[in-house]
Design a protein around this ligand. Structure first.
Ligand code: HEC
Length: 220
C-alpha cells in the first residue's frame, strides 16, 4: 500500500516535471520562431505554439515508430513474406502486396499508405511515401518541390525542410529519407517486377536512400 502510494506520488511528480519541461521547450521554440531564429527575415512561422519543423519531426517520429513496430512485431512473426518462406514465423499468414485478393496482410508500405489515406480525410494535413524509383504509381515524384526535395535527400541523406505555397495556401513541408535498413528492403524492391521493368539499372544496396516520407503541414 505504502509502496503503491509513493509510486503514485512519484508518477504525479514525474508527470508534472515532464509537463513543465514540455511547456518550457514550447515557449523556447516560440521565442526562436518569433525572433526569426530559423533564418530568413520573411520566413513565415506558426502564429503560436511549436515551430512547424519541430511538429514535422514529432509526426515523423510517430510514423517511423509505427512502421517499425508493425514490421518488427507483426510482419516478422509471419510464416511467409511475398511468397518466400520465413523459417522463424509463428503465425500462419502471408504478408503480400495482393493482400486483399489472397486473405493476406498488407506490406509495411501499404499499411503506411492506408493510414495516410484515413488521416487525410477532411484534413489539409498530409503525409506519404514518395520515391523516384516508385513501385506504386501514386508514389512518384510529381511537383517541382518534390523533385528538389528528393534530389536533396538523395545527395545528403538528411531531411529536407522548406516552406511552399500550393494553390495559394502556405505549407511547411519536410521530406525525411527512407533508407534500406534491412536486407528485405533491398531484395524485395530489387526483384519486384515493376522495379525490374521500370528501373532495370537501379540496384539498391544496404543504407541507400530508397525514397522519403513527405509531411505537409498547412500554416493558415
Ligand atoms: C516484401 C516486399 C517489400 C519489402 C520487404 C519492402 N518494400 Fe517497400 N514497397 C514494396 C511495395 C510492393 C511497395 C508499393 C506499395 C504500395 O502500393 O504502396 C513499396 C513501397 C515503398 C516506397 C514508396 C515508393 C514506391 O515504391 O511506391 C518506399 C520509399 C519503400 N517501399 C521503401 C522501403 C524500405 C526502406 C523498406 C525496408 C525498411 C521496404 N520498402 C521494404 C515492397 C516492399
Amino acid at each position: 500500500m505504502i509502496a503503491k502510494r509513493s509510486l503514485n506520488w512519484f508518477s504525479r511528480l514525474r508527470a508534472k516535471t515532464i509537463g513543465m519541461v514540455s511547456m518550457a521547450i514550447a515557449v523556447c521554440f516560440l521565442a526562436v520562431s518569433c525572433a526569426g531564429g530559423s533564418g530568413g527575415g520573411s520566413t513565415p512561422v506558426a502564429a503560436a505554439g511549436i515551430a512547424p519543423d519541430v511538429v514535422a519531426d514529432y509526426i515523423h517520429t510517430t510514423l517511423a515508430a509505427d512502421r517499425t513496430a508493425y514490421t518488427k512485431h507483426v510482419i516478422n512473426r509471419l510464416k511467409k513474406l511475398e511468397g518466400k518462406d520465413k523459417p522463424d514465423g509463428v503465425l500462419d499468414v502471408e504478408a503480400t502486396e495482393s493482400w486483399q485478393q489472397t486473405d493476406g496482410i498488407p506490406l509495411p508500405a501499404q499499411m503506411f499508405r492506408l493510414g495516410s489515406e484515413i488521416a487525410s480525410e477532411g484534413s489539409p494535413f498530409t503525409y506519404s511515401l514518395i520515391s523516384e524509383w516508385n513501385i506504386n504509381d501514386n508514389q512518384g515524384v510529381k511537383t517541382e518541390f518534390e523533385k528538389t526535395a528528393v534530389e536533396a535527400i538523395n545527395s545528403t541523406g538528411e531531411p529536407y525542410k522548406e516552406y511552399q505555397e500550393v494553390g495559394g495556401k502556405k505549407y511547411f513541408s519536410a521530406l525525411y529519407p527512407d533508407k534500406a535498413v534491412a536486407e528485405a528492403c533491398v531484395t524485395c524492391h530489387n526483384t519486384h517486377p515493376v522495379h525490374l521493368e521500370r528501373y532495370p539499372d537501379k540496384v539498391f544496396e544496404m543504407g541507400d536512400v530508397m525514397g522519403g516520407v513527405m509531411i505537409n503541414i498547412p500554416l493558415d
